[in-house]
Unconditional design. Structure first.
Length: 229
C-alpha cells in the first residue's frame, strides 16, 4: 500500500482557515501526488504515449471532489483575463446544458469535450487539474482513439501501466478520505458542472467549509460508481 501523498494532510487542512491557506495545502498535495507518479515512471521505465496537445481523453466524464473544484476555481480567478473568463463561462453554460439532462452512465458513454480545454488542445487549468486527470496515463494512443471512437464500450481496458495507475488510485482515494475525516463533503461531482457552479455561486465555498454540500445543481455520480474514478 503506497504512502499517502500528504501524510500530514489532516493537520494541514484543519489549520488552513483562509482561501490562500487551503490553496497552499491542496497544491502541496498535488505536488506530492505528481512526485509519486514520476517516481514510478522513472523506476519502472514507463514509456507513455501522452504528449502536449493530445486531448483524446478530455472528452471523458471526469468525476471529482469539491476541494479539487475549489482549487481550480481559485486558479481561474487568479490567472484568467476578463476575456478568458467570459469565454469560459460560455463554454461552461453550454456544458451544463448538455450534461445536466444526462445520467452519469449516459454521460460516461458519450464524448463531451471538457469545457476547460483550450482551442489548441491543451488544458487551461493544467497546473490545478484534478487527481483523476493526473493519474490518467496511456501507453498506447491507439487504445485511446478506440475508446473515443467507441464511447459506449466500457469493457475494453485502457492502456494504463497497472502499477502506476493502481498506486496513484490508492493514493488519490487515501487523500480524499482525509477530507472526509474532517467532515468535508464526500459527494462525487462531475468536473465541468461543478466548476460552473463554483464560479457562479460564491456561497458554495462557505457551504463546503461548514461541512455542507458544496454544489446544489452539479451532476453527481452515485457512490456505487466510485470505483469508476
Amino acid at each position: 500500500m503506497p504512502t499517502p501523498p500528504a501524510p500530514h494532510l489532516n493537520a494541514s487542512l484543519a489549520s488552513a482557515e483562509s482561501v490562500a491557506g487551503f490553496d497552499q495545502v491542496a497544491r502541496a498535495d498535488l505536488q506530492s501526488f505528481d512526485e509519486l507518479g514520476a517516481g514510478i515512471i522513472e523506476k519502472q521505465s514507463v514509456k507513455l504515449a501522452c504528449c502536449a496537445g493530445c486531448s483524446i481523453c478530455c472528452s471523458l466524464r471526469v468525476d471529482v471532489f469539491a476541494h479539487e473544484v475549489f482549487l481550480i476555481a481559485h486558479y481561474i480567478w487568479s490567472h484568467f483575463s476578463p476575456e478568458e473568463l467570459a469565454t469560459l463561462h460560455s463554454r461552461l453554460a453550454a456544458h451544463e446544458d448538455r450534461v445536466l439532462p444526462l445520467t452519469p452512465y449516459e454521460h460516461a458513454t458519450t464524448n463531451i469535450r471538457c469545457p476547460l480545454l483550450r482551442d489548441d488542445g491543451c488544458c487551461s487549468v493544467y497546473a490545478a487539474r484534478p487527481h483523476s486527470c493526473r493519474r490518467h496515463h496511456s501507453q498506447d494512443v491507439a487504445v485511446c482513439q478506440y475508446t473515443f471512437d467507441h464511447p459506449a464500450d466500457l469493457e475494453t481496458p485502457a492502456a494504463h501501466h497497472q502499477e502506476l495507475y493502481y498506486t496513484l488510485t490508492e493514493a488519490m482515494l487515501q487523500g480524499f478520505e482525509k477530507y472526509a475525516e474532517l467532515g468535508y463533503d464526500p459527494t462525487i461531482y462531475e468536473l465541468g458542472t461543478a466548476v460552473a457552479e463554483a464560479l457562479r455561486d460564491p456561497t458554495s465555498w462557505s457551504r463546503w467549509r461548514n461541512g455542507g454540500h458544496a454544489f446544489l445543481h452539479a451532476s453527481i455520480t452515485p457512490p456505487a460508481q466510485e470505483e469508476e474514478f
